[in-house]
Ligand binder design. Sequence first.
Ligand code: DGP
Length: 113
Amino acid sequence: MSDCLFCKIVAGEIPSSKVYEDEYCYAFRDIAPQAPTHILVVPKAHVSDIAHAGDLPAGTVEAILSAIGKIAAQEKLENGFRVVSNCGPDACQSVPHLHFHILGGRKMGDRMA
Ligand code: DGP
């Protein structure tokens, strides 16, 4: 999508701090980190949120899940990490391109919200 922030990051039109890339997905450091390690993993194909993940090209969801494990190892998050995908206004999603937050490097709260 031409006016999508994360599509522009994937295309290299907006700079980002890349940590991982494969045929299906791209990962980069969040601009406003909420943990010592805060990485966003996005599909290269555009869908607005996780509710539309079924519309992604075959193999994309598997690639993202596999990438999350690879990134966690790369970032040495052996003590654990949290994965979050906000969907829609009630979840305060601010960028309407599906993304998974990987949060790690500190102890997370024991409640989801
Ligand atoms: P969410 O609120 O779940 O939609 O998360 C969107 C995240 O995207 C938020 O943590 C901040 C991050 N973000 C927004 N704009 C940029 C940007 O231009 N570059 C990077 N690296 N991250 C961004």
